[in-house]
Structures are given as C-alpha cells and as structure tokens.
Design a protein around this ligand. Sequence first.
Ligand code: 3PG
Length: 220
Amino acid sequence: MAEHFPISPTERQAGLLALFRVARIIPVMTLERVEDAVPLARALVAGGIRHLEITLRTPVAAEAAAAIIAGVPEAVVGIGTVVTAADLARSLQLGAHFALSPGATPALLAAAAASPLPFVPGIATASELMAALAHGFDLVKFFPAVPAGGLAALKALGAPFPQVRFCPTGGIDAGNAAEWLALPNVVAVGGSWLTPAADIRAGNWAAITERAHRAIAPRR
Ligand code: 3PG
C-alpha cells in the first residue's frame, strides 16, 4: 500500500515521472472477477511487469485492486478510468500509488491538484493539455492514441509543449509499442493487449507471463 506524505507539486510530478520512466509498459487491466486479480498480477510480475493500471470499469474493480495491493507487494498499482473526484478519493483510500483518467475535466483536475495522490490526466487536444498544465500536470495520457491520430498527432501536439511527457494508450499493442516508446517525449505506453479477457477468463496465466516477457524483451 502506498503512503502519500505532503510534498510539493514539483516533487510529486518528479516522482510520478520517475515511476513511469521505470515502468515503460503498463498493462491496462479490466477484471470481471475478484478471484482473477491476484493471479493476473502475479503473472505480470513473473513476466517482469510490475507497474499496473487497474481500471474502475467493473463492479468488482475496487475490490480487485485492493486484493492486488494487499496480496502482490511487488506490484505498483495505479487506478485507471478515474472519472470523478469520488473515484480519485476511492483510489487514495485503496492505497494506490497513482491514478489515471481517460480525460481532464475541470472538476477532476481541481480535485487531483488538491490530492496527495499522483495523477495522470488524459488528453487528446491542445486545450485539454493546457488545462492539465494549468493544474500542474505535465505528465499526461495521450488517449485514445491511435484513433486520435497516432504518432503524427502526438508529434504535432507535443511540439508546442516541450515540457510535457506522455503515456499514450488506446490502440497500442505488441506491434506498435516500440514506435511510440521511441518518441523522445513518450516515457511509457499503456494498453489492454497484455491482458486479453480470454486469457483471464481461462486462467491462462502462463500466456500472460509470456506476453509480458516478450513486451519487455527488446529493451533488456
Ligand atoms: C485505456 O484506458 O488506456 C484504454 O482503454 C486502453 O486502450 P486499449 O484497450 O486500446 O489498449
């Protein structure tokens, strides 16, 4: 479980950036059953991936995140699909290390700026990015990365904002992750390709470990 001490926004952002630089590849996990949570997280850790995003997209999501935080201490757990200030408060209460959102509403940005929990807003336009920056968030998700224009869009969007670092998600997979990671302002990528629903449903943990291994292999 992560503890969040009062630190300056600058220190908070520096810590978050360091965490994402180490992570490089972050599985976006959607759990339908609580009992899958710990074996899935262990399978990823066994494959060399320990920074995880658990999405608040299912009724069991918070319980699944709590199970991983308690049962897989090697995992560095982020809560994803944080849409409201209440989701953010819940993420902090769960003991997450960080939180992520697909978007950047004024209400969520204000709540996150006032929270000790490190937060990564999602942006797809310059105006959303400017709103995130105005609240002190200089590490953002570029979401949905591929449908929103892919590498060309991120290159263009990043140009006026050289201080911003990105974690693209949405349409990233084994075939294109390396191209995204090669961009100098991309510190990590995220995606659901590492944890296919069919493998989770079948308890095919070995396949998930193997996929994680392959995902990190080229850079080790
Ligand atoms: C996210 O929340 O980051 C996305 O749902 C991940 O997108 P993907 O399923 O295309 O990887």
